[in-house]
Design a protein around this ligand. Structure first.
Ligand code: PMP
Length: 399
């Protein structure tokens, strides 16, 4: 008997590889399989051309030039390279600003630098209850700046509550004060329009597997021709990627990354409208059926530029998130950040909004994406309402 696979609603954790991406990658496994650094022969030269071409196309999607793109294994490595690579190279201590809602691959390297003597300010976001809950305002950022501030790391879009931060304004503050600004844009690239030059950031991390590309390939944008931006590599070796990231290039991954990003950029307008409509429909049905039993974590759904189009983070009044997920094996969702779901701790992002541990545990994250359909939404709404009503009934909350 065929058991239908669950409906995938966890697109912030990762996405299904687009068939067009897979097709474009295939020749680079068994036909054009040369090492892109072995340019003494045709195999290597063709691989090199594919990498150069992919680099140019990725750069074009982000409004920059090819020399600004350093390939890595993913956003975790890009975040580490930006933060540790810049601050360790600085050769002196300096004040660092970040926010309490960053991904652990930003917070952990910053904590390590704090232990090494860098003073750190971790900004709290606008708390739960406000329409811009999760936002770090330019005013709050400015108030944290000190004469010795050298570096800031602010995520462009959050992987749990979907808040989109006012990075352009923050970048202006940084530029005026010669503070290097890093943005973790892993959840934002391909989902909202980004022009790195216009945004005015210095460093930006992103990853292919969040945009319907393959896992294990990411990039760090390093603003071109900026004399301030000298980074130390995390790994020493053959000196690939201008000495910043040694290691044989993942040619199929890089080719797939470029196709994935181009598809996102070409389809961005209609896709984000479609995904946002599905998200809003799901929320409307759930709210109509469950009323005050659910509320939204993070920013309001309107205006649309506050929140990623596919993101929904719901808090239940009287139901534990993990218990609800156990009752919903037909739906693939998350009870918090996938990256922290191996830990029993409640989400640090939800706690940073001022939620209690119990409220954080009573929350689920839904991430809609390219391959979700209207039927998925109907199915998900029906199943969530049924499971929630059953649990409420069992808890004596429903007659
Ligand atoms: N930053 C954010 C905001 C993320 O959502 C993730 C993935 N959960 C990462 C960084 C890490 O990305 P990767 O899996 O490519 O290392």
């Amino acid at each position: 008997m065929n058991v239908p696979s669950p409906v995938y609603l966890d697109n912030h954790a990762t996405t299904r590889c687009d068939p067009r991406v897979i097709e474009g990658m295939l020749p680079y496994f068994n036909e054009t399989y040369g090492n892109a650094a072995s340019t003494t022969h045709e195999f290597g030269r063709l691989a090199r051309q594919a990498v150069d071409d992919a680099r140019r196309r990725i750069a074009a999607c982000l409004g920059t030039t090819a020399d600004a793109i350093i390939f890595t294994s993913g956003a975790t490595e890009s975040n580490n390279l930006a933060i540790q690579g810049y601050l360790r190279r600085l050769g002196r201590s300096g004040h660092v600003i970040t926010t309490a809602v960053e991904h652990t691959s930003v917070l952990e390297p910053i904590e390590a630098l704090r232990s090494a003597g860098f003073p750190v300010t971790i900004l709290s976001p606008v708390p739960d209850g406000a329409s811009d809950s999760g936002r770090v305002t330019p005013e709050a950022f400015l108030a944290a700046v000190r004469p010795d501030t050298v570096f800031a790391s602010i995520g462009l879009a959050n992987n749990e509550i979907g808040i989109i931060q006012p990075l352009r304004e923050i970048a202006q503050i940084c530029r005026d004060r010669k503070i290097v600004l890093h943005a973790d844009a892993t959840q934002a690239v391909g989902k909202i329009p980004i022009n790195a030059r216009e945004l005015g950031i210095d460093l930006m991390s992103f990853s292919a597997h969040k945009i319907y590309g393959p896992k294990g390939i990411g990039a760090l944008f390093v603003a071109p021709r900026s004399p301030r931006l000298r980074l130390s590599p995390l790994m020493l070796g053959g000196g690939h990627e201008r000495g910043l990231r040694s290691g044989t290039l993942n040619v199929p991954g890089i080719v797939g990354f470029a196709i994935a990003l181009e598809l996102c950029c070409h389809e961005l307008g209609p896709e984000s409208t479609r995904v946002r409509t599905l998200r809003d429909q799901l929320y409307t049905i759930l709210k109509a059926s469950l009323g005050d039993e659910i509320s939204l974590n993070g920013p309001a759904l309107e205006p649309p530029d506050l929140r990623l189009p596919g993101n929904l983070n719901l808090r239940f009044q009287h139901i534990d998130g993990e218990t609800l997920l156990l009752h919903l094996p037909q739906l693939a969702m998350s009870s918090g950040s996938a990256c922290s779901s191996t830990q029993a701790r409640p989400s640090h992002v939800l706690l940073a909004l001022g939620l209690t541990e119990q409220q954080a545990r009573a929350s689920i994250r839904i991430g809609l994406g390219r391959f979700n359909t209207h039927t998925d939404i109907q199915t998900a709404a029906h199943l969530i309402v049924a499971a929630a009503q059953e649990l409420l009934h069992a808890a004596g909350r429903l007659g």
